[in-house]
Ligand binder design. Sequence first.
Ligand code: MN
Ligand code: MN
Length: 295
Amino acid sequence: MYLRVDRLAIELPQPKEADPNAAAAVQELLGGRFGEMSTLMNYTYQSFNFRGRDKLRPYYDLIANIATEELGHIELVAATINLLLQGSTRPAAPDAAPLSLAKNLRNTHHFIATGQAALVGNSMGAHWNGDYVFSSGNLVLDLLHNFFLENGARLQKIRVYEMTSNPVAREMIGYLLVRGGVHALAYAKALETLTGVNVAKMLPIPNIDNSKFPEARKFESAGLHRKLYRFSPNDYREVAKIWSGPSPAGDGMLEVVDGPPEGGPVPDLAEVPEEFVPGIAPEELQEIARKLASA
Ligand code: MN
Ligand code: MN
C-alpha cells in the first residue's frame, strides 16, 4: 500500500513566463522510454513480482523503496511541465480564438487533451507504453537492466538540460541528476554484492559528472548524493545492508534517511478559463461550498 504526502520532492521556482515548447521537451523525462514513468513502473512491477523475498530481503527492499521515490519523481516532472505551460494563453471569448497560439507549438495535446497540463507521453507526443517495463524475475538481470535504465535516463536528462535554459526545468533536472546517481549507484552496489563484479567502475555513463550542472552542484553540496530516503514508516529497513560504506566521491559515508525529504509545496496552478479549466464559475463556488457544508 502507499501513503501520500502532499509535498513535492523539492521547491520549484515560480516561472517568469510561459515556456510551452520547453514543457514539450520535458515530457520526454516524464513519459519517454527512459523517463520517470518507466523507472517508476519498472521497479514497481519488479517489486510486485519478486519471488523469494524473505531470502533476498535487502534486494526486494531496495527495488520497492526506490520505486516509491520514483512516484515522487513523476509528480515533480508533471509539476514542472504544468508550471512551464502556465500563462501560455490569455482568457478571451471562444470566437476570439484564445488558443490560436497552440497551432504553432510543439505539442497541441497540451492545449486540446489536458487543458495546459502534463501528458503521460514523451516529447514527440507518443504515449508511455507498458512495453518499457522489464520484469524478468531474474534478480541479476533485472538489477542490470535498472542500472542501464538509470544511466540512459541520465543521458536524456542531460540532453533536455542542453535544450532549455528555463530555470524551472533546470532546477528539476539538477535534482533528478543527483537522485538518479543515487539509484544507479544503489543498483551497482546490489549487483556487486550478488556477483562480485564492480559495476560502479562503469559509472558514470556518460562520463559527465554533476559538477558540470550548477543546479545539481547545489544538491550535492547538501549531501543528497549520499542519502537514500526510506519511503515508509516502518518497512524497507534492509536497504541499509546495500546502501552503506564510503561515498565513491570520497566526501563522506552513504546513509539511509528515515522518511521522505522535507520537500516543497505543490504549486497551486492558476485556472485557465479559456480552456474551461476547472470549469467552475466564481458564482458557483459559494453555492457548492454551501452544499458541502450542509451535507
Ligand atoms: Mn527518478
Ligand atoms: Mn531513479
